[in-house]
Design a protein around this ligand. Structure first.
Ligand SMILES: *Cc1c(COP(=O)(O)O)cnc(C)c1O
Length: 396
């Protein structure tokens, strides 16, 4: 499989590259690189505008990608799929659009493990009216305190915004259950799927969420493309204004397209979007079963190996955990460990991982995160463990 990822042939600091930063961005298989190049080589034209053949081809490719993405997450139809630049833009879209109906004193329920991109967009609504965030706390193993969730609802609750999988703890949240509870209170649910879509089959109808957001670049696709699934998009006001999203424009007033085009103002990142099906094909060619088995085996091996490093503490030990392994080592900074690992060719993430409130909750200012993908190997895990062992002995 590694032969489909030429970047894995690279040397880094005179060592074989051991890429364990997949939760920040996954590597891109040849098929995806070729799909991007193929668009620019053979079909490059703007979409939804021209009558000329290339423009029609580009439009067809884009709409094919929408169908493919809809099938990938089992959306009822492509009309529920909005293309964005990524998860961040998808969540900002909902905050800007749905948020227009929020009033002072309204509340959004988030969790203590959210990425900044599922916290800050809700706070931005404060520039118009005061919105309060209510926070689902964590249990010691890094899973959500589901008993506390129910008590956070009241007449002012407007939305639950929750991550499907934590980018730091690896915890897989029970999003079906959360959605059922929220709906019993008449509250819609947004799921941040950025860390989930590359690791498990996502079925938005089974989850029954109202919104589901994810990025192509964390599922072996290109940077610059993302997806917002929405159950009832036609009821929402537009996000950005511009070309493509309009029906009729005069200087006095404008009418808008229906969803999804209403939410796609301006020229989209067409080459990146039309390469997304190649990423989905790659995932399906590997199979969910093999992805799961490979990643869980690597996670288990890495956990067992790292536990032997003196002073090392693993963050997040929930029973249902995806391929993310974060840790701290007493008396060391995550930055120093990251530098020493890089010198040995091992790429990991260090710092607060865009989850500063979670770091505060854990009482740390940062951690080291290794995250796995199906092209990682037992050798990669052993390199991580050995390099961490060495780094720890140098720093302590
Ligand atoms: C990466 C990530 C995001 C942000 O994704 P972008 O591609 O940077 O927009 C949001 N939430 C989680 C859980 C993430 O891991």
């Amino acid at each position: 499989m590694t032969d489909q990822f030429p970047i894995l042939q690279r040397q880094v600091n005179s060592h074989r590259l051991v890429y364990l930063d997949n939760a920040a961005t996954s590597l891109t298989p040849e098929a995806v690189v070729n799909a991007i190049a193929d668009f620019y080589r053979h079909h490059n034209a703007n979409v939804h505008r021209g009558v000329h053949s290339l423009s029609q081809e580009a439009t067809t490719l884009l709409e094919d990608a929408r169908r493919r993405v809809a099938a990938f997450i089992n959306a009822p139809s492509p009309r529920h799929i909005v293309f964005t630049r990524g998860t961040t833009e998808a969540i900002n879209l909902v905050a800007s659009s749905l948020g227009q109906s929020f009033e002072g004193g309204d509340e959004v329920i988030v969790t203590a493990m959210e990425h900044h991109s599922n916290i800050v967009p809700w706070q931005l609504i404060n520039s118009r009216c005061r919105v309060r965030l209510r926070v689902v706390p964590l249990l010691p193993d890094g899973s959500l305190d589901m008993d506390a969730l129910d008590s956070l609802f009241n007449d002012s609750t407007r939305l639950v915004a929750v991550t499907h999988v934590s980018n730091v703890l690896g915890t897989v949240n029970p999003v079906e259950r959360i959605t059922a509870i929220a709906h019993s209170h008449g509250v819609p649910v947004l799921v941040d799927g950025a860390q989930a879509v590359a690791h498990r089959r996502v079925d938005v109808q089974a989850i029954d969420c109202d919104f589901y957001a994810f990025s192509a670049h964390k599922m072996y696709g290109p940077m610059g493309a993302g997806v917002l699934y929405g159950k009832n998009l036609d009821k929402l006001p537009p996000y950005q204004g511009g070309g493509e999203m309009v029906d009729k424009v005069t200087m006095e007033r404008t009418t808008y397209q229906n969803a999804p085009l209403r939410f796609e103002a301006g020229t989209p990142s067409v080459a990146d979007i039309v390469a997304l099906p190649a990423a989905i094909n790659w995932i399906e060619s590997v199979s969910w079963e093999q992805i799961h088995d490979t990643e869980q085996a690597l996670l288990t091996r890495a956990t067992a190996g790292l536990e032997h490093v003196p002073g090392l503490h693993i963050l997040g030990t929930a029973p249902d955990k995806d391929a993310v392994l974060s840790f701290v080592i007493n008396g060391t900074s995550s930055y120093d460990i990251g530098v020493l690992l890089d010198q040995q060719g091992v790429a990991v993430r260090t710092g607060h991982h865009c989850a500063e409130p979670l770091m505060a909750r854990l009482g740390i200012d940062g951690c080291v995160r290794a995250s796995f993908a199906p092209y990682n190997t037992v050798d990669d895990v052993d390199a991580l463990v050995n390099a961490t062992m060495r780094a720890a002995s140098m720093l302590r």
